[in-house]
Design a protein around this ligand. Sequence first.
Ligand SMILES: [Zn+2]
Length: 397
Amino acid sequence: MKFNTIPLAISAIQLGQQVVLFDDESPDAKVHLIMAAEKITPSTLSLFTSVGHNTLHVILEATRMIDLGFQASFDDQHYRVINSSSVEAKTAKESRHDGRLVTIQKLADYNSTLADFNQPGHLFITQSAFGGVLKRAGAVEASVDLARLANLHPVGLISEIADADGKRMTHAEVEAWAQSKRLNVITIADLIAHRRQRESTIKRASSAKLPTRYGEFTIYGYENTLTKEHHVALAMGDVSNGEPVLIRVHSECLTGDALGSLRCDCGQQYDAAMKRIAQEGRGLLVYMRQEGRGIGLINKIKAYHLQDQGLDTVEANLALGLAADMRDYGIGAQILADLNVKKLRLMTNNPRKLVGLSGYGIDIVERIPIQLNHNEANELYLKTKQAKLSHLLRFEE
Ligand SMILES: [Zn+2]
């Protein structure tokens, strides 16, 4: 399967064309037809109706739902749309076209008000997650994001693509169909990567002096504007002057960093990194609050429980249904950009971390391994990291 680029898809959306969107590249991935609602025409509506059967939805952002006085019902805890409602433009019946066309045009028209609609109606509306695909990786969010990226009103149209009998098509069938209609084909993952590389999702909230047992640092507080998570960076000396900076990107580990746990070597790594920065008198420690490699504190304790019964770290996470490593370095890269840090002397034993950061225009001029002594309690953890997460050295973060 050959996918088109996101810039091509954005141009197509701007011209009022449809785009074929794959949830991912797996064989059972859902495939949707999407476009910007304000570009709807009778012929594009009939295309949506023919491939989508009765799955056509108009997608609105929460703010637009509220402005129109529609009931906004989004379960923010679970990033899930919990229901959708149906509407109809009051002028739909008088139209000589498909009444849905008028309703779609009214929904995309920012001059319309609640008084222009009847509820329920013949067209379903669904609310997209605040933050779009960066918050929830779904077709609903992708349709709104693409409209916005094309400088159109962020109101999307989506239909799940099916064959004449309403059955899901194979990817090969979808590809052939898209080719016959000369439509761009993209994945949600590519859209997420496109936005991540171009948009900032962090905000520097404050900074202050922070005397530590290692020496005098400046602490910078950052907020992830999408998830509201907080991260910090500890700087010693001038890190923004363009010279390569000694850096450690440390992932939060409450048990190891603060509680003295010997189940891992996170606390030792933090200690070694801070000492090294203090020794050189200049450097930066970015502290990513993503406990337990992004799985959360309680899940980490559950994983420890499974390890007590004999599973290793990776097996334990997989048993909990969690990816082996969910850390996201995009946020760390944005923090470095905010501090004008472009050249890194990165303290790491993790080859993936190098790959993750280099995708953001950040140059790693040196990799400095952190060598630590191991103890009996964390020996299995370290061996697992070495074997299953392809780390470079024997003693790992
Ligand atoms: Zn740890």
